[in-house]
Design a protein around this ligand. Sequence first.
Ligand SMILES: [Ca+2]
Ligand SMILES: [Ca+2]
Length: 138
Amino acid sequence: MESVSVADYIISEDSFSPIDGHSHHDSLVIKNQAGKFSLDFTNLDLQQKVDNISEIDLTQDGNDVTISQVLTLDYDAVKSIAKEDTLIIKADAEDVIHIEGAQLLDQNVSGSNASYVAYDLNNDQSADLFIQGGTIII
Ligand SMILES: [Ca+2]
Ligand SMILES: [Ca+2]
């Protein structure tokens, strides 16, 4: 599994310009300065603003702080925003990821420098989401 440390796109507030990743691995960093920031990608308006993303990174909170980002995703949301129909999410302990309709598929998928938990969102035994860290609510 590919991994990058450079942010291609950063979202820090509700209003942001539409994002369309390109042919390479594109990382979307969600980064608010304080408090809690929620993005519900099951919302069609939000879903349509993000396309061709490989990875969402919630861990770029800054020096010595962890700030809470909250994501909500379902199968349609992943298919809509992901480049290759699967999405990687990196989260820290303060972050919460709500996944509607998910089934835990594999607790320990090896990546380039981390392990991920794989979830199947459409009950076909094929992983749609790979998540590192965070609090997962199904
Ligand atoms: Ca965070
Ligand atoms: Ca699947």
